[in-house]
Design a protein around this ligand. Sequence first.
Ligand SMILES: Nc1nc2c(c(=O)[nH]1)N[C@H]1C(S)=C(S)[C@@H](COP(=O)(O)OP(=O)(O)OC[C@H]3O[C@@H](n4cnc5c(=O)[nH]c(N)nc54)[C@H](O)[C@@H]3O)O[C@H]1N2
Ligand SMILES: Nc1nc2c(c(=O)[nH]1)N[C@H]1C(S)=C(S)[C@@H](COP(=O)(O)OP(=O)(O)OC[C@H]3O[C@@H](n4cnc5c(=O)[nH]c(N)nc54)[C@H](O)[C@@H]3O)O[C@H]1N2
Ligand code: SF4
Ligand SMILES: [Mo]
Length: 771
Amino acid sequence: MKRPPTDDLAEEPTGDRAEVTPPKTWAAGVPAVTHALSYALAEASPQTTGKTLLHLNQVGGIDCPGCAWPDPDPGHRTKNEYCENGAKHVNDEATGRRITADFFRRHSVAQLAAASDQWLNQQGRLTEPMVKRPGADHYEPISWHDALGLIATELQALDTPDEAAFYTSGRASNEAAFVLQLFARAFGTNNLPDCSNMCHESSGAALHASLGTGKGNVSLADLHHADLIITLGQNPGTNHPRMLSALEENKRRGGRIVAVNPLPEAGLLRFKNPQKPRGVIGQGVQIADDFLQIRLGGDLALFQALNVLLLEAEDTAPGTVLDREFIETHTNGFAEYAAHLRAGFSWPEVLEATGLTRYQIEQLAGLVLRSERIVLCWAMGLTQHRHAVPTIREAVNLLLMRGIVGKPGAGACPVRGHSNVQGDRTMGVWEKMPQEFLDDLGREFSFTPPAEHGLDTVDTIRAMREDRIKVFLALAGNFVRATPDSRATEEAMRRCRLTVQISTKLNRSHAVCGDTALILPTLGRSERDRQASGEQFVTVEDSMSAVHASYGHVEPASALLLSEVAILSRLARRTLGDRVDVPWEGFEQDYGVIRDRIARVVPGFENFNLRVAKPGGFTLPNPVNEGVFPTPSGKAEFSRNDFTMLTAPEGHLILQTIRSHDQWNTVPYTNNDRYRGIHGSRRVVLINRADLDALGLADGDRVDLVSVWDDGVERRAEDFRLVGYPTARGCVATYFPETNVLVPLDSVAAVSNTPTSKGVVVRLEPLPAAS
Ligand SMILES: Nc1nc2c(c(=O)[nH]1)N[C@H]1C(S)=C(S)[C@@H](COP(=O)(O)OP(=O)(O)OC[C@H]3O[C@@H](n4cnc5c(=O)[nH]c(N)nc54)[C@H](O)[C@@H]3O)O[C@H]1N2
Ligand SMILES: Nc1nc2c(c(=O)[nH]1)N[C@H]1C(S)=C(S)[C@@H](COP(=O)(O)OP(=O)(O)OC[C@H]3O[C@@H](n4cnc5c(=O)[nH]c(N)nc54)[C@H](O)[C@@H]3O)O[C@H]1N2
Ligand code: SF4
Ligand SMILES: [Mo]
């Protein structure tokens, strides 16, 4: 793809700029602290950096806008209850750089669309509302009043409310999320696509079908006390760094940890805790006792093999392996499941799918048999595959056979991504909320919410393509970069009549936009939020269902910023007038009023304002932990899952798209990934050296990646450097979002409709060597 001239706009460095050093074998330690501070100080003043870091994850402080990893109980928090990446994320928001109207005068929309993601983010905080009019090539300033009026007019002009879609990214607070979904439904649509559709949707779908509730059922204490933790498809050293402290604690208590991953990720191997003296001077703690280098998509086969081995062990010594009483009283379908699994089982298939040896799998089965309390942790390596839902359901089958779901020290732990992605769902941001929730919402605000399910993320893009979505509004996020099939998605987005981005920072979704486009700049979580009733706080829910408050401590980036709640409440009032009985103005003036309404609508939030005032907040009950499975049958369901594996034709490879250590989702902070030894460029392909040999290629060669899909469309990512790397055979890795262009829109997981970002069939086309 040729880029237009860009005056001073930075382009993305090509693959030949990459420098490669050996991957690291341990995570964190002193370099983590140094890197966090140097990034923070490059962005914000020492005073602001001090303010953000001092308050990060403390009671009365800022909830880390990084991942959804939980905080320890208030009594057990350290002074530095954050990680390198948390520090980077919060200071990226608290940056001292500003984007003013003059910036948009200097840079056309086309130029911005040609700039790199990193450059866009580095320009600083958005400071005033901007509009791009139809046919214009620049954004220009617009007042809040006119901006909101423009959106209201466009919404009112739609033939049906279903021609609008309201996207949410998981950083939005509970209060903002609740207001957004209420507005969308009062307006008349359930079109509430969100980042979760691309993230843990498969986990929610699988857990819901098996256990009756889509959330995880373990706490930090369970992780500390487990006999065995199996972590699959996740890279905690980079993406949930404080999880390593929990794993370290588990090891200290004598637990065993097994990592299952195509890549030997640094944090899974060894951890030097920067908060402890021995993490500063010592060798650190070995985290994984065993590392199973699985092939992409091989986890379903792995769990089927483990579960067959459990059945066989029970045959040999009846009554010693399965929890018969639990199975009898609390589950459905065990006999059919066992018969189906045995009938379809084949070791050669399992070994091919996993790339593991039978000995390795039997060793792990032995550990499972010897462990009373087992926690299964996972993230995107399980959820972003065609067969993600059956894979996770097969993992749950293992827990059910042992009767250890919801028991102390045991259970299922989907490790969530965005800091409030779980809370947003709890607040009703979901295109298919159950009718019971809609009824309660309608009763509380005297209207009838639409019953028909709305569009998720992939279906929203399909609808844009067919001109069925005309107005698109995003509460945070970077829709065109996060979604698959970048070229098709961008084309779809450009077909919209109006696109609106409520954002803190500039990204590509501001540059690839509809006929009319609005940028509505908003307060970040680190900033003070003053409203008519005084200073406000917001609430969030972490990966383990703890709900707590977050208070901003930094002065807003601009006097013109409005909070997310203020923007949405005003927009709702302008669009709906008195059509519904909602105190929009009251919401904006005092977020406590929103929480009072949440308390009356969302189960588990009774006396919300009172309970969230307690240091550390409160934890939502999970019925599974009380032995209750709210499935239609009232029992946990065994699931019969057919064997399947990812295959690639001769000369092809399976590609996964992952995060570097120095990025926040679609936003790369630098071009380095120091744990994997990559420096200077992100356009690299990590590939097994035996695959290089087999393909007649060499480390350092430059290639285009072309993905293979049955619609005949050529999807190509240009100019990458090959890096010989210890990844599983046949399985290559590149960074997201540079290679989202390769993920076909229609390549989605069954049931969850999640793009298969970890399982794309590709071929490598060598480029002529540079002269
Ligand atoms: N610093 C930082 N932190 C983040 C984020 C960020 O961008 N930057 N993003 C946040 C978000 S939204 C999320 S969802 C999480 C994501 O957290 P992760 O899921 O850890 O993120 P990914 O980089 O996608 O890494 C996927 C991991 O799964 C492995 N994997 C891929 N496919 C398979 C497979 O088939 N089987 C197995 N067993 N393993 C596989 C990969 O090798 C890799 O280690 O992180 C959150 N935290
Ligand atoms: N190929 C591939 N694609 C993927 C993935 C993958 O692994 N591979 N992962 C998927 C996953 S797990 C996820 S979660 C999605 C992420 O998708 P998104 O959540 O849509 O993307 P982000 O990069 O997190 O969004 C960053 C933008 O959010 C805005 N922002 C940040 N903080 C705030 C705030 O407090 N308020 C507001 N209003 N705006 C804010 C900023 O403008 C910033 O530029 O991407 C998905 N896409
Ligand atoms: S582990 Fe996640 S929530 Fe905790 S400080 Fe790091 S980025 Fe923030
Ligand atoms: Mo995510």
